[in-house]
Design a protein around this ligand. Structure first.
Ligand SMILES: Cc1cc2nc3c(=O)[nH]c(=O)nc-3n(C[C@H](O)[C@H](O)[C@H](O)COP(=O)(O)OP(=O)(O)OC[C@H]3O[C@@H](n4cnc5c(N)ncnc54)[C@H](O)[C@@H]3O)c2cc1C
Length: 437
């Protein structure tokens, strides 16, 4: 496994916790490198034209350290729990604590709030490495970092930041609540209503398929404050777990990513103080679009990591363990070509993924790139994880190893944070605009 990882990205020689490494005084050159593409600071200072072009998947020293330490953590600490968590359909709470301890829940949260103060690509690297071992853990970290933390980083006022960013970095999982029973792809048709009261707001409605609901202590909830304005009435609110009237109505049983919680939430006259308005009234649709555009790069990372994990698992089996007709099954040309084809597709997905991430960090328009990365990475994940089951024959089909789980987990990539059709629609719209005379 290690040699394949090395082929995909340069690794540093040692693998201490990146959190510790990030807190040590770093040489000036490295500090610059660390922040060179930061989304939370200094972006305006960069003159991109002065940078020497490098391979798109090249990582900075800090990002490489992140990759190596997360890979080690995932293999040693998550790996042994994957099968049990999937069977029980539960995320181990001790593992969630470890994710906080490792600094993986506050990757882009500035250091002044207790986060790691790292860049977006560092988060992408972590999501990818986690998915190589368990896509369920990966999505917990992904939603928390790319949707929830980013929403607070970008739009929370000083008081909300002071209250929530330190918690999000150290002990409180976040959840992002947009979808509803009648609004999935058509997200802005949401019907949860917010109404103004003397001291703040009152929420009524329900949300569906909400990731991290069972673990979360804070929820970003989108509701319409003025339906007469259509989607321009959509507003974002911060709702704390335990707020009267707010409840988890049902935990879904799913095909894949079964350790990741997905729930229906009810809001029944939920009173929200004025201070829990996130950003400005009526701007929620803009925040949601922005977050999902960025979040799609996170899902592309999850799917790329999943594809590589499924491929590596099968490659190890066919090239080391299973013999038929007197030879290892991976030495048959019919198998070798399929393995090579799949690996090329994973590498292509990674190139799209890192290109989208770097463009986002550079402040360039990345919407089409994010859609292309998510679309393609989920297609590759589906194909590779499906083939991996077949390459492993009966061993791929039984619930002993991870092959069948990766295959089940891969299906979600084409559904959440915009289905594949919705990604195609975005790509086509932008292309049409570009090519219309
Ligand atoms: C496990 C899981 C976790 C999730 N986590 C979250 C979360 O944390 N927060 C959250 O807010 N939501 C979450 N979701 C919801 C998810 O984002 C939606 O399921 C997704 O946007 C699709 O919506 P839908 O399920 O209503 O499908 P629909 O919108 O009903 O789509 C069904 C089919 O119709 C197609 N379709 C719809 N409209 C068009 C169109 N205009 N053109 C072509 N085809 C179209 C779709 O591509 C799809 O194939 C989660 C969902 C799942 C399953």
């Amino acid at each position: 496994m290690a040699s394949i990882a090395r082929a995909l990205r340069p690794l540093s020689r040692t693998a201490p916790s990146f959190r510790l490494a990030a807190r040590q005084p770093l040489p000036y050159r490295l500090v610059q490198g660390t922040h060179a593409f930061s989304t939370t600071s200094r972006r305006q200072e960069i003159d991109l034209s002065s940078l020497t072009p490098t391979p798109i998947t090249h990582l900075s020293e800090t990002e490489s350290l992140m990759a190596e330490s997360v890979s080690k953590f995932a293999q040693e600490q998550i790996g042994p729990k994957v099968r049990d968590m999937d069977e029980a359909e539960v995320m181990d709470p001790a593992l969630v604590e470890q994710l906080f301890e490792q600094g993986l829940m506050g990757i882009e949260i500035p250091e002044e709030y207790g986060g790691a103060g790292m860049n977006f690509t560092a988060a992408i690297v972590a999501i990818e490495e986690l998915a190589r071992v368990d896509p369920s853990v990966s999505v917990l970290v992904d939603v928390h970092n790319t949707l929830v933390n980013t929403a607070f980083n970008n739009w929370a006022d000083a008081q909300l930041k002071k209250t929530w960013l330190p918690k999000l970095a150290t002990d409180t999982v976040g959840s992002f609540c947009l979808s509803e029973p009648a609004s999935g792809s058509d997200a802005f048709a949401l019907q949860t209503k917010a109404e103004k009261t003397a001291d703040g707001y009152k929420l009524n409605g329900s949300k569906m398929w909400i990731t991290n609901s069972m673990e979360a202590g804070v929820f970003i909830v989108f509701a319409n404050l003025d339906p007469s304005k259509g989607y321009k009435g959509i507003t974002a609110f911060v709702v704390e777990k335990g707020t009267p009237g707010f409840s988890i109505a049902k935990k879904e049983k799913k095909l894949g990513i079964r350790a990741s919680s997905t729930c229906v939430l009810n809001f029944d006259d939920v009173v929200i103080p004025k201070g829990n308005l996130l950003g400005e009234e009526g701007q929620g649709y803009k925040y949601a679009i922005g977050l999902l555009n960025e979040g799609r790069i996170g899902i592309a990372a999850q799917m790329t990591g999943l594809a590589l994990g499924a491929w590596e698992n099968a490659a190890s089996y066919v090239w080391n363990d299973r013999r038929q007709f007197g030879q290892l099954i991976g030495t048959f040309q019919g198998m070798q070509h399929q393995l090579a084809q799949a690996y090329v597709e994973i590498a292509a997905a990674r190139a799209l993924l890192y290109n989208a991430a770097r463009k986002k960090e550079a402040g360039q328009d990345f919407v089409q790139d994010a859609a292309m990365a998510k679309l393609y990475a989920s297609q590759v994940a589906g194909r590779v994880a499906g083939s991996a089951v077949e390459w492993m024959g009966g061993m791929g089909f039984v619930r002993e190893g991870i092959a069948e789980k990766m295959f089940r987990d891969s299906k979600i990539g084409a559904i959440y944070e915009g289905t594949s059709n919705i990604q195609l629609q975005t790509i086509a719209k932008l292309l049409q605009k570009q090519y219309t005379k």
